[in-house]
Design a protein around this ligand. Structure first.
Ligand code: ZN
Length: 375
């Protein structure tokens, strides 16, 4: 049986390209993971998600534990079979969404108790319960249960929060046990404080994980502050293990993070934007709601090979979005995910060829040109 492993094939500066191997398939890195919150990548069939080039998707523990329930998914054969996605799945720990979505929560050393945003029922999440839920789902990459430190936080608050997360990381490791073929990732915290990120990394390395996430970023600090942390944070983590920047991000966030040594990403932006009429393209964001598109017979992006750009006009996309037709979300989500995966392939190829700087310069130059001029 294939064990979980990570191989770096090439580096260019701090950037790396390689492969994460799992029993359910390989994940080419740098990798973007589409978000399948409630056992679906919204508006996409799983085979279409794969067709965009995705090797792995993300599922949300918080949502799935509340509805339809982890035990029910386990009885139905696990999350892969339930949602018809046979390739790798990473699940988050539920911690972040408990903090951001749940009502009336109480946090203590043991874990978090909270009220469901779905039906008001009471639940508890602890490191042990989070590991159990992620095992019931059948997740390939399991995340430690942690507290996402709010931003901004002063150094004392960030330290206290990070140290709680490190104690929870040790309990997560203990509860996860030995599960060949499945991976457990630790999560570095410490907000924007270098000493705290160093302390967190040492604590995680002492416990030992199959991969390491950088948490507590993309929570409102802005790109400049995030890149300032990423200038050193990936380097604090083991070189021979994958590094995952949670919840990031916009295309330029991803490019900058790859340059700084990050291997894995997830974000709702391409799927969520697809449902609000926003396309993400080589030329930057394009808002299909804008009336300038209503008589435009040109494709969204003439250089894109996705079904949306090959077969439909901007005028059509504008119309179906305005008319609130379901196909608007389907087509724009497909394009956005295709664009993200093409960007990741471009980054991987550029790193392998040792021409990442030229790739990044071209990426920014094309965005600076802006959208096609109006007809
Ligand atoms: Zn397209």
């Amino acid at each position: 049986m294939t064990r979980f492993s990570f191989t770096v094939h090439a580096t260019d500066g701090a950037a790396r390209t390689g492969v994460v191997s799992t029993p359910r398939g390989q994940i080419r890195t740098p990798a973007f993971m589409p978000v399948g919150t409630a056992a679906t990548v919204k508006a996409m069939l799983p085979e279409n998600v794969r067709a965009t080039g995705a090797d792995i998707i993300l599922g949300n523990t918080y949502h799935l534990m509340l509805r339809p329930g982890a035990e029910r998914i386990a009885r139905l054969g696990g999350l892969h079979r339930f949602m018809n996605w046979e390739r790798p799945i990473l699940t988050d720990s539920g911690g972040f969404q408990v903090m951001s979505l749940a009502g009336l929560r109480k946090l203590d050393e043991r874990g978090v108790t909270f009220k469901s945003h779905v039906d008001g029922s009471r639940h508890e999440l602890t490191p042990e319960r989070s590991m159990e839920i992620q095992r019931l789902l059948g997740s390939d990459i399991v995340m430690c249960f942690d507290e996402c430190t709010p931003f901004p936080a002063d150094e004392a608050t960030a330290a206290e929060s990070m140290r709680l997360s490190m104690r929870w990381a040790a309990r997560s490791r203990e509860a996860f046990g030995d599960r060949p073929g499945h991976a457990l990732f630790g999560i570095q915290q410490g907000s924007v404080f270098r000493e705290l990120r160093e302390e967190s990394s040492q604590a995680l390395r002492a416990i030992g994980f199959d991969g390491y996430a950088i948490g507590g970023l993309a929570v409102g600090e802005g790109q400049e502050a995030m890149f300032a942390v990423l200038d050193y944070a990936p380097g604090l983590l083991p070189e021979d293990k994958p590094r995952y920047l949670m919840g990031v991000g916009k295309p330029d966030d991803i490019v900058g993070a790859v340059q700084r040594g990050v291997d894995m990403f997830d974000c709702v932006l391409p799927t969520r934007s697809g449902r609000t009429g926003q396309a993400l393209t080589r030329r930057g964001a394009v808002n299909l709601r804008n009336a300038r598109h209503q008589d435009d017979p040109r494709p969204l992006d003439p250089d894109c090979a996705c079904p949306c750009c090959r077969n439909y006009s901007r005028a059509y996309l504008h119309h179906v979005h305005k008319a609130q037709e379901i196909i608007a979300a389907m087509l724009l989500t497909w394009h956005n995910l295709h664009y993200y995966q093409e960007l990741m392939q471009g980054l991987r190829d550029a790193i392998a060829a040792g021409r990442l700087d030229a790739f990044v310069a071209d990426f920014h130059a094309r965005r600076a040109e802006g959208d096609l001029p109006p007809l």
